[in-house]
Design a protein around this ligand. Structure first.
Ligand SMILES: Cc1cc2nc3c(=O)[nH]c(=O)nc-3n(C[C@H](O)[C@H](O)[C@H](O)COP(=O)(O)O)c2cc1C
Length: 215
């Protein structure tokens, strides 16, 4: 119940189900009665300013949900502004099932800050992990040795090519290259040049050259 994409939410899926509490109740009741695995929920704060996250969190719990993750923004906010960590704290004080906090955790320090602020049981990291997957090992991006970044880029690109083939594998890897190598810091023209379609071997060589300059 977290996805705000128009193609999903506008047809009542993702966060689009949040305005339908009875549907959520029925869905959780049904799933938790027939499945042997834990059923968990992930919500935003609601569709718009009329936030209903407290109601939905209670519904998830009362209908057998075993955990709830809360992204502290509404569908209307998409990714704008700051995630509301107070709202996550409210959910934590309202339900007994474990609560995972989500929104704006970018650094190792943020993990502790969110836990202290909300008393949540765990944090979920989205965008921060794309730029710095090493956050799960307790490292901030600037603490990761350049050789490790380079090795990860090499392996990730190789896996992408193995799975999708050379052309699509290289193309789909571009968004990760931007994050891994902090290419946002380069000018638009330079970035465009680097990310032009090219064979994966050539792409990797270029990324290594760029990284030697940006690292
Ligand atoms: C690449 C990507 C994929 C995501 N996929 C999902 C998803 O499948 N289901 C979901 O509920 N949230 C999904 N999210 C949202 C995140 O779980 C998270 O709630 C949101 O990005 C806010 O946290 P952040 O500030 O750490 O990115 C995704 C986010 C990103 C960046």
């Amino acid at each position: 119940m977290g996805c705000p994409a128009k193609s999903i939410a506008d047809r009542g899926a993702g966060v689009g189900v949040m305005p339908s509490p009875l549907k959520i109740a029925r869905t959780f009741k049904k799933l938790t009665s027939v499945l042997k695995v834990p059923v968990t929920g992930k919500i935003r704060l609601g569709w718009d300013k009329k936030k209903n996250y407290k109601l939905i969190a209670r519904i998830v719990e009362e209908n057998g949900g075993s955990l709830i993750a809360v992204h502290g923004r509404t569908k209307e906010q998409r990714y704008a502004g700051n995630a509301d960590w107070d709202a996550i704290a409210e959910v934590k004080s309202l339900v007994k099932i474990p609560v995972i906090g989500s929104g704006d955790v970018r650094t190792v320090e943020d993990i502790g800050r969110m836990k202290a602020h909300t008393d949540c049981d765990a944090v979920m990291i989205g965008r921060g992990a794309l730029a710095n997957p090493w956050i799960f090992s307790g490292l901030d991006r600037e603490q990761v040795p350049p050789e490790q970044v380079q090795e990860t880029v090499r392996r990730h690109l190789a896996k992408s090519v193995e799975f999708y083939g050379d052309e699509d594998g290289s193309r789909l890897f571009r968004k990760y290259a931007v994050q891994y190598l902090l290419l946002q810091t380069l000018t638009r023209e330079t970035r465009k040049e680097i990310l032009k379609p090219r064979p994966s071997g050539e792409f990797l060589e270029l990324l290594n050259q760029v990284y030697a300059v940006t690292a």
